[in-house]
Design a protein around this ligand. Structure first.
Ligand SMILES: Cc1cc2nc3c(=O)[nH]c(=O)nc-3n(C[C@H](O)[C@H](O)[C@H](O)COP(=O)(O)OP(=O)(O)OC[C@H]3O[C@@H](n4cnc5c(N)ncnc54)[C@H](O)[C@@H]3O)c2cc1C
Length: 393
């Protein structure tokens, strides 16, 4: 995949990003209240319908296969990281569920866009962009989290097809998805690093032998285990070369990780706004909380950390869209934004006092919503590992 368009494209790109921020704001503001009171599965499906109807899902697949016109931002056969960041930052401000249902379409289908056959791309990707097919991404296993070289789900040849056996866990959209992009072992043994021994597969959710079991995490999020008991798929379901699955997985994370940082910034911006409003309104000791220097300094610190995080996201997403490897930029953005956002949401809880922990208050929700972002798509420690390796050569 090549870099995005040049100077003419740059001004188109800026106008598009502005329009996407406005779209994200509209979708988030109007969509969030529609999810109130729904159970997790119903909320997930409703959220998907809302983002699909807005057209935002078209930004989760390349324009070559039914995606939006990303000229000036990304190559025709790629997804724009800046576009997704613009959408996620605005949507996450209003709703974690809308945000996750948007991005999972991209995360779950990018392996098809990147490495699927032309037939599979044409069959699957336009339907992901319209929301007709729900996507999921299956890497994590009970014994393989940060270390994907530990993957033990196996795919073996059987009567001219591939037979998949194993268990994935913490899979977003488990039980909701229509297909899973699954990283499985086609040679070697767990612990071998996985460089040439893992392969990415497209597995339809209705394949015989596939089952799911949902569980709950701290904030509403469709997630669970996906079990493969001799699930058979055809050769056309192999995404990329046999043995090159880790590259496909890492390319996917390389493109989407910065968007996690953008979502974190959306949560943080909301938390700061809530804290500002509360501390200006709430009076104690005869004056507004915000007039106490200790409180005002907290607000200033929250603001500067948020702005720094936003600038790191801009830097990383721009580099990703230009086709650069951007290893350090992406790691910095993910690490700093998610850690800062957690801190900002926590300060907002503190500044709201008891209301900050009252079930259903905005900051209480944000505090729970933001936590998982320091863990998924590479933990903070793994970002430090990546960054320090880049620094040390
Ligand atoms: C809400 C949510 C959604 C998710 N969605 C998906 C999904 O859709 N698809 C998917 O495949 N996975 C998904 N995951 C899984 C997620 O990617 C993993 O949880 C993550 O990669 C960490 O793996 P682990 O949980 O096994 O932790 P572990 O790898 O066991 O790590 C535990 C702790 O040890 C630290 N650690 C590990 N190795 C090192 C090291 N070398 N140096 C220092 N510290 C280290 C980690 O940073 C962490 O703090 C999701 C997780 C959550 C919480």
């Amino acid at each position: 995949m090549s870099a995005a368009a040049g100077s003419d494209g740059a001004s188109n790109g800026a106008a598009t990003l502005l329009a996407l921020r406005e779209l994200g704001e509209r979708v988030g503001r109007a969509g969030a209240p529609m999810l109130a009171g729904l159970d997790e599965t119903a909320a997930a499906r409703k959220a998907l319908a809302i983002v699909a109807q807005s057209g935002a899902l078209h930004w989760t697949v390349p324009r070559a296969w039914g995606g939006a016109d990303s000229s000036g931002l990304a190559a025709a056969d790629d997804v724009s990281c800046r576009a997704l960041c613009a959408l996620r930052e605005r949507i996450a401000y209003h709703s974690a569920m809308l945000d996750v249902m948007l991005v999972m379409q991209g995360l779950g289908s990018y392996s098809v866009a990147r490495a699927g056959s032309e037939t599979l791309r044409a069959r699957v990707l336009p339907r992901v962009a319209s929301g007709e097919l729900v996507a999921a991404f299956g890497l994590t296993e009970p014994e393989a989290g940060s270390d994907l070289g530990q993957i033990s789900t196996r795919a073996e040849r059987h009567l001219g097809r591939w037979r998949v056996r194993g268990t994935k866990t913490f899979i977003s959209n488990a039980g909701v998805a229509d297909f899973y992009s699954v990283l499985a072992r086609t040679s070697g043994a767990p612990g071998d690093g996985g460089r040439d021994s893992l392969t990415m597969f497209f597995v339809p959710a209705d394949a015989a032998g596939l089952s799911t079991a949902r569980f709950e995490v701290t904030s509403p999020h469709p997630i669970g285990d996906v079990v493969f008991e001799d699930v058979e798929v055809a050769d056309e379901c192999v995404l990329g070369a046999v043995g090159a699955g880790l590259d496909v997985a890492l390319a996917t994370l390389g493109r989407f990780r910065t968007t996690v940082a953008a979502a974190a910034n959306g949560f943080a911006r909301r938390a700061l706004d809530e804290a500002l409003a509360h501390t200006k309104r709430r009076r104690q000791f005869g004056k507004p909380l915000a007039s106490f220097q200790g409180v005002a300094f907290d607000l200033a610190e929250m603001d500067v950390r948020l702005r720094a995080a936003q600038l790191l996201v801009e830097e990383a997403a721009g580099a990703v869209d230009r086709g650069e490897r951007a290893i350090a930029e992406v790691a910095r953005a993910k690490l700093f934004s998610t850690e800062s956002a957690s801190w900002i949401c926590d300060r907002a809880v503190q500044l709201c006092g008891g209301l900050g922990v009252k079930r259903g208050s905005a900051v209480e929700h944000l505090w729970r919503d933001v936590r998982a972002l320091r863990i998924y798509e590479g933990t903070s420690e793994i970002q430090k590992l990546i960054l320090s390796r880049a620094l040390l050569g």
